[in-house]
Design a protein around this ligand. Structure first.
Ligand code: NAD
Length: 314
C-alpha cells in the first residue's frame, strides 16, 4: 500500500510510519515541520522508504502535489496546541477545518478512497458521561481545537456519504510517549529543568484524564483498520483508566529526582479556558475488535517521563 501521512514528521505520525514501513508499505509524508522534526523520520528518508513533501496542508496545491498514486491517507497534521485557540482564533479553522477540506477534496479529484483521521476526545465536550461511548451525542466541544476536529469529522462523513470515501475516524485520548514534543509531562520536565525547586501546575491538580502510550495508539489504529470495514468507522482509542494531574506531577518529580520540588497549583478546576477537566473514553468498541493496550495510564506516564527525561536531557 502507498500511504500519505500528513503530519508524518510529528510525534504520533512518526511512530505510525515506523509501523507502516515495517509491514512493507510505501510512505509519502506531507509536513511543514512546524512542530514535527525531520530526525524522527530521517532513517526512513535515507533508506528511500519515505518521501518527504515539505508543504502546508492549508495550501491546496501542496496537498494535491502529494496525493498522486496514494491508496490511503492518514490525516494527522493539525495544530497540536489546544491553548493557542485562546489567543489566535483562526488557527484551528485554517489548520483543522479548511485543511481537512483540502485533503478530502484532493482525494476526490485523485480518486483516493481511504482516509484515517486523527480526531480527539475533546469533541465530546465537558458534560459527557464517563467513560464516553462513541454514540454519545450531541457532541458539544468547548475549545476551538475541538470544534475543528468535529468539523473535520463532519467533512469526512459528508465525503463518505456523497463521494464514496471509506473512513476511519479515531477519537484519541491523551497520547504520550517517546518523541513527545508537547503536553503535560513534557511541560513539567522543562519546568523542573529550568527550576528544580518548584513545579507550577496549571489548575488545582484534580483534572483527571485517560493516557494512552503512543505505540498502543498506532498499533490500535492499524489493528482496528484491519478488523472493521464499514464505509464510516468511528472508534475511541484510549486506555482503561485515568490519572490526575497531581499524580503526574508526583511521578515526574520522582523520575527527575527533583525530590525538593514544591508543587504550586495555579488554582481553578482546569488548566486553561477550553480545557476539559475530566475525560475518559469508552473503549469497548476498540476492545471488541480484539485489540487491547499494553499500558494503563500511570504506567504510560512513568514510561513517558523516563523517555522524555533522556530525550530532553535533565
Ligand atoms: P505533532 O505536533 O507532533 O504532529 C503534528 C504534525 O503536523 C507535525 O509534524 C507538524 O509539523 C505537522 N503540521 C502542523 N501543521 C501543519 C500544516 N499546516 N501543514 C503541514 N504539516 C503541519 O502532534 P501529535 O501529537 O503527533 O498529533 C497528531 C494528530 O493527532 C493531530 O491531528 C492531533 O490533533 C491529534 N491528536 C493528538 C493527541 C495527543 O494527545 N497527542 C490527542 C488527540 C488528537
Amino acid at each position: 500500500m502507498r500511504a500519505l501521512v500528513t503530519g508524518g514528521a510529528g510525534f504520533i505520525g512518526s511512530h505510525l510510519i515506523d509501523r507502516l514501513i515495517s509491514r512493507g508499505d510505501e510512505v509519502v509524508v506531507l509536513d511543514n515541520l512546524s512542530s514535527g522534526k525531520i530526525e524522527f523520520i530521517q532513517t526512513h528518508i535515507d533508506s528511500g522508504s519515505v518521501v518527504l513533501h515539505e508543504g502546508d496542508i492549508t495550501n491546496f496545491d501542496d496537498v494535491h502535489g502529494a496525493m498522486e498514486g496514494i491508496d490511503c491517507v492518514f490525516h494527522l497534521a493539525a495544530n497540536p496546541d489546544i491553548r493557542l485557540g485562546t489567543k489566535i482564533t483562526d488557527t484551528d479553522l485554517k489548520q483543522g477545518t479548511i485543511a481537512t477540506y483540502n485533503i478530502v477534496e484532493s482525494m476526490r479529484r485523485c480518486e483516493v478512497k481511504k482516509i484515517v483521521f486523527a480526531s480527539s476526545s475533546v469533541v465530546y465536550g465537558e458534560n459527557a458521561p464517563m467513560p464516553t461511548p462513541e454514540n454519545h451525542g450531541p457532541c458539544m466541544p468547548i475549545s476551538l481545537y475541538g470544534a475543528s476536529k468535529q468539523a473535520g469529522e463532519g467533512l469526512i462523513s459528508s465525503w463518505v456519504g456523497t463521494f464514496g470515501l471509506q473512513a476511519w475516524i479515531f477519537r484519541f485520548a491523551n497520547i504520550i510517549g517517546h518523541r513527545g514534543t508537547h503536553g503535560v509531562i513534557f511541560d513539567f520536565i522543562h519546568k523542573l529543568k529550568a527550576d528544580p525547586s518548584r513545579l507550577e501546575v496549571l489548575g488545582n491538580g484534580l483534572q483527571e484524564k485517560s493516557y494512552m502510550e503512543v505505540g498502543d495508539c498506532v498499533d490500535g489504529i492499524l489493528h482496528v483498520m484491519e478488523n472493521s470495514n464499514e464505509s464510516l468507522n468511528l472508534f475511541n482509542l484510549g486506555s482503561h483508566d485515568t490519572a490526575s494531574v497531581s499524580r503526574i506531577a508526583e511521578i515526574v518529580i520522582e523520575e527527575t529526582n527533583c525530590k525538593d520540588a514544591k508543587i504550586e497549583y495555579t488554582g481553578g478546576d482546569r488548566g486553561w479556558a477550553g480545557d476539559i477537566p475530566r475525560a475518559m473514553l469508552g473503549i469497548d468498541k476498540m476492545l471488541s475488535t480484539g485489540y487491547d493496550v499494553r499500558y494503563n495510564s500511570e504506567d504510560a506516564i512513568r514510561h513517558t517521563a523516563k523517555c522524555l527525561i533522556e530525550e530532553i536531557g535533565l
